[in-house]
Design a protein around this ligand. Structure first.
Ligand code: ARG
Length: 459
């Protein structure tokens, strides 16, 4: 057991207590951020004359040595240390002696861990954003290739009106684009540096907190030292944004699972992204999509857990907050993994365009357009709605589609129908005429795709 705080104690910590309290098994994940923070801290201490230049140089060399040794696997982070902060400090003292004992001047583990977690989250936001951007790139490609691929649009999981595959995928593009916006907002709001807050009440050393903040790429130092060591809002915001990403991935996964089923046959998931059954030889299962949908639960769990952990904590630092890490790390890794796999799955998936188009034709998705035809010939919409309803009923009885119903049958129900009705309700007309901004008409879709292309180039 290597602890930083033995002085006041007369007995060894009970081993179970030590294990229960220790965080090294998980906070070792941010050893790089911990060392980065320490380097900025000592640089600032030397600038303020609190450390000599020589001490600073010794410490920096020592810290860099620890960093590269850990990275190269020459130095193992073991459970002999309570946490990553103790590990780094103990190793520093081993390497450079007395100067190492000055590293923690004007700092507490409370502001140190607050800093480490912020640095880690900020770095990971960048990585998650990259993954979402890659997914958007794949979606855009599918959109570009499918502005004329007709498929049924659904409401209540019932065929409603025809859309295109580009338009359907475009809906997900918007969701993930907003997810990137949320990540960017969090990064902007969290970008203040807690270092220098000390345990809770700042320090009596003449620290230059603005300088440390600048060295670490923050916009400014935090404004209240008590808030600095007890703020985990940004973790909650991140987990909320990650939950939303998972919710979007999960809905999309659900659709892919449906589309990949024998009943739909809209897509064929690539063999590389499917698995078989140990008993049923015919099976090719959409496990990746199912796992993504399933893993949504653990990310939601992380959000709920941290919200609950934080709700009763009096100011300022309390050990409860150590619980922020494992959940957040797990959620981040889960989301990154799901995004990467999902992108691989959608970009290799085959779209069965004929089946989509056939399905759009068979579900009366052009019924609204038949009613609109009557409206264009002076029939009030409510009457038109009723007339087409009767036509649909007739078609259901005959087991045919509106396109197949003879003109005499149309005219028996309403004399307004002429033979141009077939043109008016063709799949092509139904889709191509929907040209308002945001609608599936190919002309408008091309415009939106161009805008999305520019957005991805700039952001
Ligand atoms: N492992 C601790 C955490 O994650 C570091 C801070 C410890 N501070 C303290 N006063 N015990 O929160």
């Amino acid at each position: 057991m290597a602890q930083l705080w033995g002085g006041r104690f007369t007995k060894e910590t009970d081993q179970l207590v030590y294990n229960f309290n220790a965080s090294i098994s998980f906070d070792q994940k941010f050893y790089e951020q911990d060392i980065r923070g320490s380097k900025a801290h000592v640089t600032m201490l030397a600038k303020q004359g609190i450390l000599t230049e020589e001490e600073k140089d010794q410490i920096l060399t020592g810290l860099e040595g620890i960093l590269s040794d850990v990275k190269e696997g020459k130095l193992a982070i073991t459970s002999q240390y309570e946490d990553i902060h103790s590990f780094v400090e103990a190793n520093l003292i081993d390497r450079i002696g007395d100067a190492g004992k000055k590293l923690h001047t004007g700092r507490s583990r409370n502001d140190q861990v607050a800093l480490d977690m912020k640095l880690y989250v900020r770095d990971e936001i960048g990585e998650i954003d990259e993954e979402v951007k890659k997914l958007l790139g794949s979606l855009l490609k599918i959109m570009e290739e499918n502005v004329h691929t007709y498929m049924p649009g659904f409401t209540h999981l019932q065929k409603a009106q025809p859309v295109t595959l580009a338009h359907h995928i475009g809906a997900y593009f918007e969701m993930f684009r907003r997810d990137r916006g949320r990540l960017a907002d969090i990064k902007k709001r969290m970008n203040t540096c807690p270092l220098g807050a000390g345990a809770l009440a700042g320090t009596t050393y003449p620290l230059d907190r603005a300088y440390t903040a600048e060295l670490l790429g923050f916009d400014e130092p935090t404004k209240n030292s008590m808030d600095s060591v007890s703020d985990r809002d940004y973790v909650i915001e991140l987990l909320s944004a990650l939950s939303t990403i998972m919710m979007h991935l999960s809905r999309f996964s659900e659709e892919i699972i449906l589309w990949n089923s024998n009943e739909y046959r809209f897509v064929e998931i690539d063999d590389a992204y499917s698995t078989g059954s140990s008993i049923m030889p015919q099976k090719k299962n959409p496990d990746i999509a199912e796992l993504v949908r399933g893993k949504t639960g653990r990310v939601y769990g992380a959000l709920l857990s941290i919200l609950t952990t934080m709700k009763g904590i009096p100011l300022a630092y309390n050990k409860d907050m150590q619980e922020d890490k494992e959940l957040t790390f797990d959620a981040i890794d889960t989301v990154k993994g799901c995004l990467a796999l999902f992108t691989g799955m959608v970009s290799t998936m085959e779209f069965r365009k004929e089946n989509m188009e056939k399905s759009a034709k068979n579900g009366f998705t052009n019924a609204t357009d038949a009613a609109d035809y009557l409206v264009n010939h002076g029939v009030p919409f409510r009457d038109a709605h009723g007339i087409v309803g009767q036509l649909v009923l007739l078609c259901i009885e005959k087991g045919i589609s509106l396109d197949e119903l003879p003109l005499e049958e149309y005219q028996k129900i309403s004399p307004v129908f002429e033979k141009d009705i077939y043109e008016a309700i063709s799949m092509q007309t139904c889709v191509e005429k929907r040209i308002t901004y945001g609608a599936p008409g190919p002309q408008m879709m091309e415009k939106v795709i161009q805008e999305e292309r520019e957005y991805l180039e700039k952001n």
